[in-house]
Write a protein that binds this ligand. Structure first.
Ligand SMILES: O=C(O)CCC(=O)C(=O)O
Ligand SMILES: [Fe+2]
Length: 270
């Protein structure tokens, strides 16, 4: 097992592999440090869940949770598949992040990867290809590789991301996988000057609240952003410790998102 990340001790108060020699329970697998609970046996790699998902069947091979995924289309070009990834697949993705050394220190809340998706995260491409029939006009889903750039973001309660349109250097067709904890994502009409704040240093301007569309993201939800939603709307996560949903305040938790994109040919260097 990879060394537990610093976040492990942040969540549990102490590093379970540290300290005295008292016999104790085996160390928690890192996936459980993120607040996930096992559903039946937790396989090292839930290939069976993935196979079922790709075959369009029940989404989890290890539980009798036969709940259907829910597809939302709150904006043209925005598809939100709620509950697409079963807990096993969520756990496998988080475990992959830990294994790849992502978020290993408390300062480290963002990771960027350029090139084909690293093993074992590469199977996220399969998940997106499984969405093909659900997308009305998905020419981008046929490209290979589907994604060659990954950003992992880690948010603690109270943290968020300012309104932005992802940079033009990325092709149309962006994927976001939401893991760990819930949050509200807010979409608003973009002004022509808005761009991703943390990549090019520019800042974005606030948008009028009345024109926003909010989507409540929960662990296992999968998004695609294309066309209008990708270019003509900003997306943001407000800095909040809870979100107001259906008249109640829902607490945020530690959240990890994987944003998947492909760099335009003209923007590649070297
Ligand atoms: O964390 C998210 O869900 C969104 C991240 C994002 O918008 C980005 O990395 O460009
Ligand atoms: Fe973004």
């Amino acid at each position: 097992m990879a060394d537990p990340p610093v976040l492990f001790s942040e969540l549990f108060g102490s590093d379970p592999e540290d300290g005295d020699s008292t016999i104790r329970d085996p160390p928690l697998h890192p996936i459980f440090a993120w607040g996930l609970r096992p559903v039946g046996p937790t396989p090292a790699f839930p290939a069976a869940c993935l196979a079922q998902l790709l075959a369009g069947g029940s989404r989890c091979a290890f539980s009798d949770d036969a709940s259907d995924t829910v597809r939302l289309r709150p904006l043209p070009g925005l598809l939100v598949v709620k509950g697409m990834l079963c807990p096993c697949l969520q756990a496998a993705l988080l475990d992959a992040c830990v294994g790849l050394g992502y978020f290993a220190t408390t300062e480290n809340n963002q990771v960027m990867h350029f090139g084909p998706l690293p093993t074992p995260l590469h199977w996220v491409e399969d998940i997106y290809r499984a969405l093909l029939p659900a997308l009305a006009d998905p020419p981008w889903l046929g490209r290979t590789p589907l994604f060659d750039q990954l950003i992992g973001n880690l948010y603690r309660p109270g943290q968020g991301i300012r309104p932005h349109v992802d940079l033009a250097r990325f092709e149309d067709g962006i994927g976001i996988v939401s893991l760990g904890g819930p949050c509200q994502m807010v979409f608003a009409p973009a002004s022509p000057t808005e761009s991703l704040p943390y990549l090019d240093g520019s800042s974005s301007s606030p948008v009028p609240a009345q024109s926003t569309t909010a989507v409540y993201l929960e662990p296992g939800d999968v998004l695609t952003l294309a066309g209008e939603a990708r270019y003509q709307w900003t997306h943001a996560i407000p800095e909040a410790v809870s979100d107001r949903v259906d008249g109640e305040d829902r607490a945020r938790g530690l959240r990890i998102s994987l944003t998947l994109r492909r760099v335009h040919e003209w923007a590649r260097t070297g």
